[in-house]
Design a protein around this ligand. Structure first.
Ligand SMILES: C[S@@+](CC[C@H](N)C(=O)[O-])C[C@H]1O[C@@H](n2cnc3c(N)ncnc32)[C@H](O)[C@@H]1O
Length: 285
């Protein structure tokens, strides 16, 4: 085990290599987090403004660009000034959750969880953030793929106390679900997509039913992930978030789409801050 400041890094723990656009994502989240705590600190009614990293990761990554270690979203959050009043870190991988269990020994404002964040958020964390608690939260929902459930997003929207960043995982969708011929998709992957979307309506948006020469029904894709992303934005707004900013598209070095980064909040001021941040990065593309 090695210590970098207060961060414990298990030497054998495999770190993720991250590309340029993941570094940008980290920068965007950090920028918003700084604006968020600066504003919340001055709200005299507010009894706490907490940070939730639901797919927290290993705490650090290796930059593909430089080969150097870069702090992940949880460590960035711990650096934000003024600080959040509490931190909730969740990861499904035991050794990753252990990193935060170690950190929590030194900082009683850190609450580590090992488990599926969809359950932990809905059962353990969201109930502490009801409107009347006068607590507010920034929640990062940043999975690798289709591991987030719509029910979780919906619950966050209903609370009206939580701002969220969401990774809309195009790569996983394109590789495993959104085949030109719907029948090529594995039922397990279709289920993951249904859980993420909240129902099966994504299929009607993307596919057209037609009869083959032999009278069988087949489903042919007529739209792509861009259409789906537009619909997802509408879904976020309908679920109770206000004006959701246009998401920012993250691509790989060959310009292949990886994911959209969405932000959603009930507060216009929050949405406007993120629109400005996104605009700056869109210009730099
Ligand atoms: C993309 S990484 C997170 C990176 C982190 N947000 C950052 O930028 O530093 C995704 C993490 O989610 C974890 N994970 C996957 N499914 C999960 C689930 N259902 N609940 C909680 N964590 C999960 C994985 O173990 C992995 O560490």
């Amino acid at each position: 085990m090695r210590t970098h400041g207060k961060y414990i890094h298990r030497v054998n723990m495999k770190l993720d290599q991250i590309g340029f656009w993941s570094e940008i994502k980290l920068e965007i989240i950090k920028k918003y987090a700084c604006a968020y705590t600066s504003i919340m600190k001055n709200q005299s009614w507010c009894k706490g403004y907490v940070y939730i990293d639901a797919f927290a990761g290993a705490g650090k990554h290796i930059s593909r660009r430089t080969g150097e270690m870069v702090p992940g979203s949880p460590l960035n959050a711990l650096e934000v000034k003024p600080p959040f009043t509490e931190y909730f870190f969740i990861d499904l991988a035991e050794e990753r959750a252990d990193v935060f269990i170690e950190l929590a020994r030194e900082n009683s404002n850190i609450h580590p969880y090992h488990g599926d964040c969809n359950e932990v958020l809905v059962k353990d964390i969201f109930p502490m953030l009801g409107y009347d608690t006068f607590k507010r939260a920034l929640c990062i929902l940043d999975p690798y793929g289709l591991h987030l459930k719509w029910e979780t997003i919906k619950k966050a929207a209903e609370l009206a106390t939580i701002d969220i960043f969401i990774n809309f995982p195009i790569m996983d969708m394109n590789r495993n679900v959104l085949f030109a011929d719907f029948d090529k998709a594995d039922p397990e992957d279709i289920k993951r997509m249904n859980d993420f979307w909240g129902d099966e309506s994504w299929k009607d948006i993307l596919y057209k039913e037609q009869k083959t020469l032999f009278g069988e029904t087949e489903y042919i894709r007529i739209e792509n992930y861009r259409t789906l992303a537009k619909e997802f934005r509408k879904r976020l707004i309908e679920s109770g978030f206000n004006d959701v900013p246009e998401p920012i598209l993250m691509t790989n070095v060959k310009n292949g789409p990886l994911y959209y980064l969405y932000f959603a909040s009930q507060k216009d001021v929050a949405n406007n801050i993120v629109k400005d941040i996104f605009k700056k990065y869109e210009k730099g593309k």
